[in-house]
Design a protein around this ligand. Structure first.
Ligand code: KIV
Length: 282
């Protein structure tokens, strides 16, 4: 063991590299009280950046529907569209646990459908865990996946695949529905789900759910009381230009950086400054 490995301290974000982070590493972090960040990725290059930065978990979200494929919701994206992205993220990373989102329509209709879809993500894409949205109604699917040896991440609160039932992208779990969400979270944990994403729920509810569960909660728009936080990287880094919800911080202006770079290059092409002798084989 190197002296670095003997150091106490965080073992998830930026911890030493001993191969892939496992789902049990994430659960153990909760017992140590270690908070950690998760981020989305959809290609090998960004996966490598996030992996080298030390992110313990990378989500290949069905948000790819919007940020990769240009759909206006997550509903249309298919398994065949997400598998190549997941495969690229697995190839681009060596330490992070890669979680594949099961898209709308790929697990709801039966337990068998859920196991078949998740198996494809594990075998064809090399995913290490799958995420599916919903509480009580997907419990049989979650239980069957766990029994099949597939680590499962739940997703409660604002579940974008149900946007047409929820009546829009709005905060969930206010008032009495908060109790239902808490029960859903406990039921998911009881059937062996390894972590739960809590999206757009009041901070007080997310903190209660977090305290009630032995598994990590991963918040997005759920306040500071969850065990982990997740964001879509294009939101965090300012690549998207849509008006962002209030929980999205802009840590960079990637859109501006790219727009500036390509505009300057285009100008150099037009003016004849590109290519110069340094770009040219003699
Ligand atoms: O699809 C996604 O990126 C997600 C996160 C926002 C949690 O589900």
């Amino acid at each position: 063991m190197s002296s670095q490995e003997n150091q106490p301290g965080p073992t998830l974000y930026g911890g030493v590299r001993r191969g892939r982070i496992s789902i049990t590493d994430l659960i153990h972090a909760k017992t140590r009280g270690e908070r950690w960040p998760m981020i989305t990725a959809y290609d090998a290059l960004t996966a490598k950046i996030f992996d080298e930065a030390g992110f313990p978990a990378i989500l290949v979200g069905d948000s790819a529907a919007m940020v990769v494929y240009g759909y206006d919701s997550t509903i249309p994206v298919t398994v065949d569209e997400l598998i190549p992205l997941t495969r690229a993220v697995v190839r681009g990373s060596s330490r992070a646990l890669v979680i594949a989102d099961l898209p709308f329509g790929s697990y709801q209709s039966s337990v068998m459908q859920a196991v078949d879809t998740a198996t494809r993500f594990m075998k064809e894409a090399g995913a290490h865990a799958v995420k599916l949205e919903g509480g009580q109604r997907i419990l049989p699917q979650a239980e069957a996946l766990v029994a099949a040896g597939i680590p499962v991440i739940g997703h409660l609160g604002l579940t974008p695949q149900s946007v047409n039932v929820l009546g829009g992208y709005r905060v969930q779990g206010r008032g009495e529905s908060g109790e239902k969400l808490l029960q859903d979270a406990k039921s998911l944990a009881a059937v062996g789900v390894s972590a739960i994403v809590l999206e757009c729920v009041p901070a007080e509810l997310a903190t209660r759910v977090t305290a009630a569960l032995p598994i990590p909660t991963i918040g997005i728009g759920a306040g500071g009381g969850t065990d982990a936080q997740v964001l879509v990287w294009q939101d965090l880094c300012g690549l998207t230009d849509d008006p962002a919800p209030k929980f999205v911080p802009r840590y960079a202006d990637t859109r501006g950086v790219i727009a500036d770079a390509v505009a300057r290059w285009a100008e150099d092409v037009r003016s004849g400054h590109y290519p110069d002798s340094s770009h040219t084989y003699q």
